[in-house]
Design a protein around this ligand. Structure first.
Ligand code: AR6
Length: 166
């Protein structure tokens, strides 16, 4: 079982083998954590997205690219369900985390950092987004030594800590 290391901070600054991006189906960049990762990692990430995902990526799936100039070696991109647009199937959000963990294992990564997938622009209610992350990460067997859950605000970090202790 993976244990979760809760972190307050910016995912682009994490010193781990792989960071996860909350992308969209087009896989050509965007706002939120997606924008931050492309900005910090530089144009190599978009070039690799275009080469490796000519038709984008399905909701609930995950795939990797270079991490460009980031400290991480890989970015694992996943597309969460867009709650705000009516995609409210919890199984799809669970699958995002599981697929990212599978891809990380295939890559031989030892450490990974997740943002709270779908909890921003896509509008998934925060408490449930945290519950899904914890359920998926702790319930998926992997060879990873470290799985970080990175919250971008103090409020969200506190909510993560509370659920992990509860
Ligand atoms: N580090 C860690 N977490 C962050 C960072 C960061 N630098 N920036 C934002 N977050 P979102 P989504 C948090 O909106 O809801 C994009 O435009 C944020 O506070 O990035 O899955 C994509 O291209 C929130 O808790 O992703 C898609 O179109 C969490 O990351 C769409 O948004 C996810 O927020 C995906 O929406």
């Amino acid at each position: 079982m993976n244990t979760i290391t809760p972190v307050l901070g910016d995912i682009t600054q994490q010193n781990v083998d792989a960071i996860v991006n909350a992308a969209n189906n087009a896989m050509r960049g965007g706002g939120g954590v997606d924008g931050a990762i492309h900005r910090a990692g530089g144009p190599a990430i978009l070039r690799d997205c275009i080469a490796r995902f000519p038709h984008g990526l399905e909701t609930g799936d995950a795939g990797w690219t270079t991490a460009g100039e980031l400290q991480a070696r890989w970015v694992i991109h996943t597309v969460g369900p867009n709650y705000a647009a009516g995609q409210r199937d919890r199984a799809l959000l669970l699958r995002c985390y599981r697929r990212c963990l599978e891809v990380a294992d295939e890559l031989g990564a030892h450490s990974i950092a997740f943002p709270l997938i779908s909890a921003g622009v896509y509008g998934w209610p925060r408490e449930d987004a945290i519950a899904v992350a914890i359920e998926a990460i702790t319930g998926t067997p992997t060879h990873l030594d470290e799985v970080r859950l990175v919250a971008f605000s103090r409020d969200t970090h506190d909510a993560v800590l509370q659920q992990l202790s509860g």
